[in-house]
Design a protein around this ligand. Structure first.
Ligand code: IVH
Length: 695
């Protein structure tokens, strides 16, 4: 490049070096030194220089040639062909016995029928779904919210335990999804932290965080340097060519034969005693295992039974995680703070002298409510024993009175909201004291916003508590609908987001794109996102299934305000909705300010009609209201209801004009009589079996 002045070449070289330096800091070391805005400015300067002197682009290592090496958008979302579920927990021997009893009851087993259960260690890592097409790995995805995860295909390339092609004797199956856990061994974790510490970088709190943090690196070359491993425990979608397994054990053996490492040691147990014995053995062996485990997973061995047992909410009925006992430690309480939740509940939290419990630094514990503090007489300055179990918030199990400071006084629980000063009342029969400030309480507003954008609600990436709190402090956002106006508000702001420390044009674009993408939501997610007390995901789904459209739902809630009317009876007829939940729902709709929030949201969002599970769409029960009565001889009532719901039916507990079918087992009583007088179609157990067996 003879005709370019030397000072321009120097300038170019300098810019390239700076950008490469910051790329490395950001993508590989997780330790950016400058804000996105400053980085963007460097990039623009380079672009301008190269526009003016196009020859400079030929410099082999110019960063302008490598734009997009790491996806700036973060990870690409992928939908799971088969949802990835979680597990219910058992903490005690009794919970395990209950689990087996539930399984037996659901399947209507006789006393002679044995239930074999496969037990295997539960390794605490990051769950991952691997998709193989014709034997070749084509996609790796995180669990995400279970329905949709993130594409981490490039990040798992260097994990040796994940075969890139599968070993098969004959033709490889067209599709095989293998699910399992990415984890880090204890010794590898120790070595990694030592390395990070020596380099002056942030270390990880435990092997689980290290595994998750290492996989979720935008730059796959960083993941590649991390000592990750994988074990397989399940399949997802399985196409032609994958055998039908009759037992979980067969499935496990197949995964092993395909080239995967499966969770070990495992044992096939014939009853609760055998499971509990294995649990004891593994608990004793736990300190010597090379990896952290947080319990065992028990799975009903017969796959035909697994299929019948199906799922409740998002966990299989045929499996359970038997957790190991919580780990405990003693520390002191520095301070007791009272937090205000989304629905105004005042929750006391102990600020602790930080202490390591089971490999994790703990500095807070929940104190539940004011009665709990009084009952245990928990005071500031006390020595307390705390415990931590899994991901739950640590708890105070006991106060050690012998160490109590002489001047300590009982904790005086506030009678007013610490955030907005409104009075906090306790209704009869309730453990919680609640702030009466409603929308004027900033804490409630913030918690509501957090819930609104959370993973199972609108799932807006990159909008965390701190950012929401800043938006609120600026007056940009006070209620959920304001989020959708953020881009306009930001454009007109004196100090737009782009100028904030740590923000640049690209990160602002990403945030606004995530908000934009959240505008369209199915009815069930939308109902859940509203954060109405006692309306969790399952209840939201049932409401959506019963009403189908947003308009119907609002209409039904308005009409149900009349407690003597038909709409109220319809509401109570929905499975799992009792008078308590109905009170909270109707209470929400009785408040003008909530209706205003709803209107504002509806003006900005598209709420799509409830879509029943796909295979239900063309079933004869789709959209039908079904009542079960009497005793069925071939399956339990629970199994029957589950099957009906999976086929798109709405289950009701009482007969009315809206009932489409009544399934009458033996000894059906008054419901059957009523159905007959109303002229409702009565199905015998055999009619019912014919109907479900076709689906
Ligand atoms: S089976 C449908 N087996 O634990 C059942 N899960 O708490 C799917 N996990 O999301 C789970 N070890 O990531 C299963 N041996 C094991 C496991 C295991 C760890 C994880 C898994 C799951 C989570 C639930």
């Amino acid at each position: 490049m003879p005709d370019i002045e030397n000072n321009i070449k120097d300038k170019h070289k300098d810019l390239c070096a700076q950008i490469r330096h910051h790329d490395r800091k950001y993508h590989q070391e997780d330790a950016p030194e400058i804000s996105d805005a400053a980085y963007d400015a460097l990039r623009r300067e380079l672009e301008a220089l190269e526009d003016a002197h196009p020859e400079l682009r030929e410099t082999p290592d110019s960063p302008s040639r490598s734009v997009g090496a790491a996806p700036a958008q973060g990870f690409v979302k992928v939908r799971h062909a088969v949802p990835m579920l979680s597990l219910a927990n058992a903490m005690t021997a009794e919970d395990v016995q209950d689990f087996l009893a539930r399984v037996r009851r659901f399947l209507s087993l006789s006393d002679e029928d044995g239930v074999d259960v496969l037990a295997e260690p539960k390794i605490d890592g990051l769950s991952c779904s691997l998709r193989y097409e014709n034997g070749r790995l084509v996609m790796a995805a995180t669990r995400g919210d279970g329905a949709e995860g993130e594409d981490i295909t490039r990040n798992v390339q260097a994990i040796d335990d994940i075969p890139k092609t599968l070993a098969f004797e004959g033709d490889a199956p067209e599709v095989l999804e293998v699910r399992g856990e990415i984890y880090m061994r204890r010794d590898d974790f120790g070595a990694l932290n030592a390395r990070l510490e020596a380099a002056g970088k942030k270390i990880f709190a435990n092997p689980r965080n290290a595994a998750a943090g290492s996989v979720r690196q935008l730059d796959p070359s960083v993941s590649a340097e991390r000592p990750l491993r994988f074990f397989a425990y399940a399949t997802g979608e399985a196409g032609d060519g994958v055998p039908t397994f009759s037992t979980q054990k067969d499935l496990r053996d197949y995964l092993g034969a395909c080239g995967f490492i499966v969770s070990a040691p495992a044992r096939l147990c014939a009853d609760a005693d055998a499971l509990l014995l294995f649990h004891e053995d593994i608990l004793a062996a736990r300190p010597d295992l090379p990896f952290d485990i947080d319990g065992l997973v028990y799975k009903v061995n017969r796959r035909d039974w697994q299929a019948r047992l199906g799922f409740v909410a998002r966990a299989p009925r045929w499996a359970i995680a038997h957790k190991f006992p919580a780990e405990r430690a003693v520390t002191t309480i520095r301070e007791i703070r009272v937090q205000v939740g989304r629905t105004g509940t005042l929750t006391p939290v102990a600020e602790l002298e930080p202490i390591t419990v089971g490999g994790v630094v703990v500095s807070r514990a929940t104190l539940h409510n004011e009665d709990e503090i009084a009952r245990k007489d928990i005071r500031v300055g006390d020595h307390v024993e705390i415990q931590r179990a899994g991901d739950v918030i640590p708890q105070v199990v006991a106060v050690l009175p012998e160490h109590r400071p002489a001047d300590s006084v009982p904790f005086d629980f506030p009678q007013a909201c610490p955030e907005c000063g409104s009075i906090a009342i306790r209704e009869a029969g309730e453990a919680a004291r609640r702030c009466t400030g409603g929308l004027i309480c900033p804490a409630q507003a913030l918690e509501r916003l957090k819930h609104f954008v959370s993973r199972n609600a609108l799932n807006v990436d990159g909008l965390g508590e701190r950012l929401l709190a800043r938006f609120m402090a600026k007056g940009w956002v006070s209620s959920p609908a304001d989020l959708f106006d953020l881009p306009q508000v930001n454009a007109g702001a004196a100090e737009p987001l782009e100028t904030w420390d740590g923000w640049g044009a690209q990160s602002v674009r990403n945030l606004f794109a995530a908000i934009e993408a959240a505008r369209e939501q199915p009815l069930d997610r939308f109902i859940y996102a509203l954060g109405i007390r006692q309306v969790g995901q399952a209840t939201a789904r049932r409401l959506a299934a019963a009403c189908l459209t947003l308009g119907n739902w609002r209409d039904a809630m308005a009409r149900a305000q009349d407690r003597d009317g038909e709409a109220y009876a319809d509401l109570l007829a929905i499975e799992d909705i009792g008078p308590g939940v109905a009170d909270d729902l109707l209470g929400f709709f009785a408040e003008a300010h909530n209706l205003a929030v709803l209107d504002a949201l509806c003006a900005r969002m598209t709420i799509t009609d409830y879509a029943p599970p796909s295979r239900a769409a063309d079933s004869p029960l789709s959209g039908k209201t079904v009542v079960f009565t009497g005793t069925l001889s071939t399956m339990s009532r629970d199994e029957a209801k589950t099957r009906a719901e999976a086929m798109g039916a709405k289950i009701s507990g009482s007969v009315s004009k809206k009932t489409d079918y009544i399934v009458a087992g033996a000894d059906a009583g008054s419901k059957l009589e009523k159905a007959k007088t109303l002229g409702i179609t009565v199905l015998s157990e055999q009619n019912w079996l014919d109907m479900v067996s076709k689906n």
